[in-house]
Structures are given as C-alpha cells and as structure tokens.
Design a protein around this ligand. Structure first.
Ligand SMILES: *[C@@H]1O[C@H](CO)[C@@H](O)[C@H](O)[C@H]1NC(C)=O
Ligand SMILES: *[C@@H]1O[C@H](CO)[C@@H](O)[C@H](O)[C@H]1NC(C)=O
Ligand SMILES: *[C@@H]1O[C@H](CO)[C@@H](O)[C@H](O)[C@H]1NC(C)=O
Ligand SMILES: *[C@@H]1O[C@H](CO)[C@@H](O)[C@H](O)[C@H]1NC(C)=O
Ligand SMILES: [Cu+2]
Length: 402
C-alpha cells in the first residue's frame, strides 16, 4: 500500500533508478545495509549516542527473539524425531565489514574479483554488456528495477538477491565466510575513512579521484509539491585509483544517473569504462545517521517501514536506502533493518507484505502476496515465492546480522 504521489511514473522511475543503484557498483558491495550491531564489537556503549544505544537495544531484543524461536523449533522437531535444518549451531552470522579480520576482507574482495573474471551466463542477445558473472547480477538488477523498488517485492527480492550473490561467491569463487555488511550509521560521518572504503588493500577500494563538481539536484515535477532535494557533492567524482578494484572495468549502465546519459540498450549494452565513485559525508550524515535508522525501526507497519527506508516520495528525504545509494553509488539493500524489524514482533511482522508488483504501482498491478514468485534471471537461484524468503532462519536461509 503506497501513498499517492506527486510524481509521474516516468519521473518516479528516473528518480528511483537514479538512487536505486549505479549499475557499475552493484554487486561490489555487501548489499545488506546496516544498523549498528551490538556494542561488543563496536564502539563501547559510553561513546555511543542515545539513538545508537536504542538501536543496539533493538538489535539485542531481535537476536534474543530469534534464538528463542530457533530453539523452540528445534525442540518441536526433535519431539517428532526430526532434525531442524537451521539451528544455533549452523546459524551464519553476517558481520560489519569493519568487524571482520583483514584476512577475511581480502578473501571477500578476492572473491568479488574472481566473479568479475568469470564469463557471464546472460546471453549477449539479452544484455550485450554483460561480460562477467558479476555483470549477471548487475544486468538482473537493471532488468528488474521497475518491479523491485517501491514494490511489494522490494525487501524479499533484495534478500534473495544478496543470498544468491553470496552463494555464487562461495560455489564459484571459493569464498568461505558469510557476506559482510556495511554499517551505515557507524561510518556516516566519514565513509571515506571506513574500513570498507578507505582505499587500502583490505577495503573495497576507495573514493574516486577528486574532481570539483556541484551536488546532485533531484527535482520533483514542475508544480508538484515538495522542494528539490539537493544532495551535497562528495569528495570524489573521478575514477577509483586505490584498492583491489582500481583496475575494474565497468561494463553495463549507466542507468539514469544524474548528468549521465542512459547507456546503450537501456543500460544493458556494452559500455566499458572505469569505476567511478563520489562519496563523502554530506549525504551519509543527512540520511544514514543513527536517528534516521532508528526512525525506521520504530515504524509499526510494513507499509511505513519500507516507505521510510526508501524515502517517501515528495517528503524531501531519500531515506537511508537512498542515502546509502548516494553515498557510495551502490545498492545498500535493506535486509539488515528488515531482518531486525521482523524479529521485533514476529507474529505480526514475519509475513507482512505491502505493495504491488510494480514500482509505485505503475503500471497498475496486483498486490504482492506470499504466493508471488520472484526470480533473479541469469544471476542464478530459482523461481521462489515470497513465502519462502520471509524468514532468514528458514530454508533456504540460515543467518542473522550481528
Ligand atoms: C491490495 O492492497 C490494498 C492495500 O492493502 C487493499 O486495499 C486492496 O483491497 C488490495 N487489493 C486486492 C485485490 O486484494
Ligand atoms: C550536471 O551538469 C550541470 C550542467 O552541465 C553542471 O552544472 C552540474 O555541476 C553537473 N552536476 C554534477 C553532479 O556533476
Ligand atoms: C539525521 O537524519 C535525519 C533524517 O534524515 C535528518 O533529519 C537529520 O538532519 C540528520 N542529522 C544530521 C546531524 O544531519
Ligand atoms: C520462472 O519465472 C519466469 C518469469 O516469471 C518464467 O518465465 C519461467 O518460466 C519460470 N521458470 C520456471 C522453471 O518455473
Ligand atoms: Cu535494488
């Protein structure tokens, strides 16, 4: 259930795709966006602000509930002589990039580089620009953007997408660990100094070279309510010259980036160029700070939750989801916040879905339900129903965020 909107569907599409992702960076990042995890591996409690502490408390509560649920399920099956497939023992823990060892960070970026060195599964008749297995994921996201943002499948689709990407890193590139995530608010003041983007050999590469430029302006339609959203310019703008991805060739896109013309074949054509980035504290501080993320966690129903996460159209906010995109020009997903939010009230939230099968219901489509099927095209995975991806501790998944 999405509110009526002051934007035309075309503008919405442009606006959403512009911050929904930058095709070039899509799969480079851990998709799971971030709320700070428990204080134990993060800053000590006493240096955390009130909002960060409140988020930690939510996270603790969510974990306690999840463990209790897992134990109860294990016990229930045991009584019937069956074994649970997801238990405390085999539960995978997704950690913040900065909380894993340097060796593991290197293993992760190596695996992504490996995926970028393998031949694509996408037929060139479908996406001539898809050259690598990594590109398969980018192409799928480009293909499906009109159905997977501001739609009922938004959260579920990104959860499954992240998981299938993780599987590809493991089965095709020998990656062992769980996929790390990017702890947004923790690094909001200075993303360029965070372990994930500081440009050292253990990072996911740094910012683009600095090129003086103005900030991006996202304007609503003439006559529409709401002021243009002016995003502060970042500290880069040019090609990435540091870290593991300094020589990366981006093949697909761009897709509706501000000041960039649409790439050939609607973004699916071959358009080789360097990897560019432009992040800085301006956008991150404004949209991905602790109070912004806390605000989302406090939403009581799924419609408000996912709307606030993406930024309500016309509200002047791009939301933490959009803020994350603009900060790094990648897809930050939202699985972590959704996972936490669900666990805070499982009986009401586990299976809650809101929205239709198209972006802001343009063109009008059916409501998304538990029976709605999603698929990831040539990226991998199977056709799977929303019902089967609502819990991160039920098959095929078995993970939590810490
Ligand atoms: C779709 O969802 C909306 C909002 O929850 C609801 O008002 C409407 O009745 C639903 N339509 C159908 C056909 O179920
Ligand atoms: C976009 O292009 C306009 C006109 O060429 C320029 O003034 C502005 O600085 C550009 N914005 C960005 C973000 O590059
Ligand atoms: C934190 O985020 C909220 C919501 O986007 C914003 O209104 C507020 O100004 C931000 N705080 C800072 C210090 O920028
Ligand atoms: C999966 O879904 C796609 C698109 O909805 C459909 O074209 C395809 O036939 C389905 N594949 C299977 C194996 O059901
Ligand atoms: Cu997306």
């Amino acid at each position: 259930m999405l509110p009526s909107t002051p934007f035309s569907s075309e503008t919405l599409f442009m606006r959403v795709t512009s911050f929904a992702f930058l095709a070039s960076l899509l799969a480079l990042l851990p998709f799971s966006s971030a709320v700070s995890a428990s204080g134990s591996i993060k800053q000590p409690e006493d240096v955390l602000g009130e909002d960060a502490q409140a988020l930690n408390a939510f996270q603790q509560q969510a974990l306690d509930t999840t463990f209790a649920t897992l134990d109860a399920e294990e016990e229930r099956l045991k009584k019937r002589g069956e074994t649970a497939s997801c238990t405390r023992q085999n539960l995978e823990i997704r950690l913040d990039y900065g909380s894993i060892s340097k060796k593991d960070r290197k293993a992760y970026s190596d695996a992504v580089l490996c995926l970028q060195s393998k031949t694509a599964n996408t037929p060139s008749s479908h996406a001539p620009g898809a050259k690598t297995r990594y590109d398969d994921f980018v192409a799928t996201h480009i293909d499906q953007t009109p159905f997977i943002h501001y739609s009922g499948t938004f959260l579920g689709w990104h959860r499954y997408f992240t998981w299938v990407y993780e599987q590809a890193l493991r089965t095709e590139c020998d990656y062992q660990g769980p996929i790390p995530y990017w702890d947004w608010p923790k690094y909001a003041n200075s993303p360029q100094d965070s372990p994930i983007f500081n440009g050292d050999e253990y990072s996911m590469s740094g910012n683009g070279e600095y090129i003086p430029h103005a900030g991006t302006v996202l304007s609503p339609l003439p006559g529409a309510p709401g002021d243009p959203i002016v995003l502060a310019p970042g500290l880069g703008g040019g090609c990435v010259k540091t870290g593991p991805f300094k020589d990366m060739q981006v093949n697909l896109g761009p897709v509706a980036l501000p000041n960039a013309t649409l790439g050939p074949s609607g973004g699916l054509g071959y358009n080789p160029r360097c990897l560019k980035r432009d992040f800085g504290p301006g956008v991150a501080v404004k949209f991905t700070n602790y109070s912004a993320v806390l605000h989302i966690m406090k939403q009581q129903d799924i419609a408000s939750f996912q709307l606030e996460l993406q930024g309500a159209p016309g509200s002047g906010s791009v939301g933490p989801h959009g803020g994350g995109h603009y900060t790094i020009n990648g897809d930050p997903g939202g699985d972590l916040v959704w996972t936490l939010w669900q666990a805070l009230d499982p009986s009401n939230r586990q299976n809650a879905i809101s929205g239709t099968n198209t972006l802001l219901n343009q063109p009008p489509s059916e409501n998304t339900t538990l029976d709605t099927q999603i698929n990831l095209g040539h990226a991998g995975g199977t056709n799977i129903s929303m019902r089967d991806i609502m819990s991160t501790t039920k098959c095929p998944f078995c993970y939590v965020y810490l």
